[in-house]
Write a new protein. Sequence first.
Lengths: 197, 213
Amino acid sequence: MSINYLSAKNLTLGYGNSIVIKNLALSLYDNKDYEVIGRNGAGKSTLLNFISNNFQGNKFDSKFEFKNLRILEISSEYTLIENLTLIENCLYLTKNSVSVDSVDKVLSDYGMNHFKEDLIQKFSSGMIKRSELAIAHLINPEILCIDEPLNYLDKDGSQLLIQLLEKRSNDTRSTILSSQESLNLFKSDYETINLNV
Amino acid sequence: MFNNYYIVKKEILGEYRNNTSLFIITPTMAVLVLVFPILSENRYIIDDNFFTITQLLFLIVFATLFSIRNPLSQKKLMRELNFGDIARKDFFISKTISEFVIFLPQAIILISLFSIFTNTGIQNHLIYFGISVIFFSVNSIMTNLFFQMFTSFESRFVQFILMVPILMSLSFLVAPIWLGINPNLTNIYLVMYLGITLLVFSFTNWFLQRDFK
């Protein structure tokens, strides 16, 4: 049975007095995958932040309802803690609920095992993105939001992302991607939320 | 049962690796403590009361430096807590514990160094002195956390300007205990300080743990 974890009829979001998204009708289900499409400044990141509870702007008089599901966002700004090593970040962000062996295995799958003892502040943007994907793999949240999924990823990194999406699809976990145009990553039946209109 | 050691561990590891942390501030303050008597009167032994007052001044500067060493960014913190599915309440309880673990020993080191270098003894009973240092630490930590979350300033200078008067007023309370007053009066001061500490602690806890979403 699917859960409607977010429903909004007139979602208006912005920063201060400036409105970024106006009167958007939204209804998200945990058994569907979505792609948010829009040009620069259309509000893709704002919407993803809102869905993942990371939005800190003005919600005006929007009426919406959230169901309590585990939503994880990989945004364009990284979340990992700079002065911790990769393995420490993995253990911290999984609340020590995952064994070191499992972390090692996943990091190895994502090609990051050699860097597990390195501080995040020494990582490149691509390495940070890979690490966040690996942690998302470990956590396996009910909903995963990825802002500009292909940013910073090389060919191998993109392949790893596709594998993650495939795994999530097999586990019937929902994914929300945002980009300027449809990416058709792994499959093409994403439900589209078009912010250009 | 407290099972959020991973947050305390993360905070302490972060402190250990933070270049602007107290591991830099304390030695710097210690050098100041060493140089100050030489600069002030060109000798080591000066009037005790004068040094106790100066010690308060050093503690104020120390506590302020502590407060502005690693500003919390609300935006980044929100992302971190959501990413790890860490409850705000758990985070701030652990944060308070780790700040205390970091602050208290360094405050004690600083006070001891001050006493050694300036050849000034403690003016009151050691237990009273210890309790007042603990109260001072708790108040400094909670004031620091409150200001960081309330103002969300990125500017350390603005934080510095706002924090100094508050830490000064907290120090004025501790001053009579350190300056060595009548034991009965010390008890009254300590009870007063306890009340203020409880008030600051409970208010800041309430403020930090409420849901901002």
